[in-house]
Design a protein around this ligand. Structure first.
Ligand code: ADP
Ligand code: TRP
Length: 316
């Protein structure tokens, strides 16, 4: 029986944080290890172009994110690791999808509605963001897309787009499913809101010890209860329920001690990742080769699918 197909990606818009890790990347590693899936992990640089419009920054961020993927344990021997812009079929398919997508449908996207509500001028790239993402997913016959809660609507767009294409041109695409784990769907940041690069409330995944201390000390606490919930909700990612109960029962109202315990747990978790990352970053030739190999593998899958699509629409 052929394996199921898994694909996910992150935009190279800044340093990944523990929200990205627990919400999405950790699941990637589990699927890679289980071996029942053909896994594809992408650097979504063309999506990032909506946010990063500086060549040095784009180049640096993309390289950094590849190193991050490798440092958490994405293994290029077992998974296809590639950059979106290396596979031109993604943008080509996005165009094809644009022609069967209506404006009112795209206007229902959360990102579009948020920008509108804030009276922001929105680029055509941002408006079409869900369509490029649908292309990313559907080109690989993806079954499963492991992501955090904020991406749920995008996977729905991919499913709808697949269905619309199938209805118009004949059965061509599988309908992908989001894989969102309830307990880690929205990891809170240091202010208790969703952790996000754009909110400035992150604990970076490869923080130095000093950065960990700074981030934890900045966690917003109010003195109204025994348990500082913003600390607790991050801390529970690193300890079992029983351990958490003992620690927090024994230290009621002692916010400083609890924050110090969180610092130690975070450092214990992050230190080996940080060290591994430093090692990997030294060998840029190997990183480049990994990206070249990944691009070749991804291209061969995507180009084959694109030919099938082009036949279905009648351009070949
Ligand atoms: P950010 O909001 O920080 O820019 P991204 O949009 O790059 O994060 O998200 C990359 C992946 O990490 C996506 O799958 C997203 O759903 C997931 N993710 C991001 N923030 C969180 C969070 N706070 N909790 C759970 N998952 C998250
Ligand atoms: N939109 C995703 C994010 O902001 C990144 C992304 C682009 C993605 N293409 C994808 C995720 C395909 C999963 C599958 O995090």
């Amino acid at each position: 029986m052929s394996k199921k197909i898994l694909l996910s990606g992150i935009k190279p818009t800044g340093r990944p944080h523990i929200g990205n890790y627990f919400g999405a990347m950790k699941q990637w590693l589990e699927f890679q290890t289980v071996g029942q899936y053909d896994c594809h992990f992408m650097i979504a640089d063309y999506h990032a172009l909506n946010f990063i419009q500086n060549s040095d920054e784009m180049r640096r961020n993309s390289l950094e994110l590849i190193i991050d993927y490798l440092a958490i344990g994405i293994d290029p021997k077992r998974s296809v690791l590639f950059k979106q812009s290396d596979v031109s079929a993604h943008t080509e398919l996005a165009w094809i999808f644009d022609t069967i997508t209506t404006m009112p449908y795209l206007m229902r996207a959360h990102a579009f509605k948020d920008a509108e509500a804030k009276d922001k001028e929105i680029s055509a790239g941002t408006f079409n963001y869900p369509i490029l993402m649908a292309a990313d997913i559907l080109l690989y016959n993806t079954d499963t897309v492991p992501v955090g809660q904020d991406q749920k609507q995008h996977i729905e767009y991919a499913r709808d787009t697949a269905q619309k294409f199938n209805n118009t041109f004949g059965e061509t695409f599988k309908l992908p499913e989001a894989l969102i784990i309830k307990e880690v769907a929205i990891i809170p940041g240091t202010d208790g809101q969703k952790m996000s690069k754009s909110h400035g409330n992150t604990i970076p995944l490869f923080s130095s010890r000093d950065e960990i201390v700074k981030a934890v000390m900045s966690i917003v606490t109010d003195s109204s209860g025994d348990i500082p919930m913003n600390v607790y909700n991050i801390h529970k990612l690193f300890r079992s329920e029983t351990e958490m109960k003992t620690l927090y029962d024994n230290n009621k109202g002692k916010y400083k001690i609890l924050k110090e315990a969180l610092i130690e747990d975070l450092d214990l978790f992050i230190k080996p990742l940080r060290e591994r990352r430093e090692e990997i970053a030294k060998d840029t030739d190997t990183i480049k080769k990994i990206l070249d190999d990944g691009a070749n593998k991804a291209r061969s899958i995507a180009d084959k699918k694109l030919s099938e699509i082009k036949t279905a629409i009648g351009v070949i």
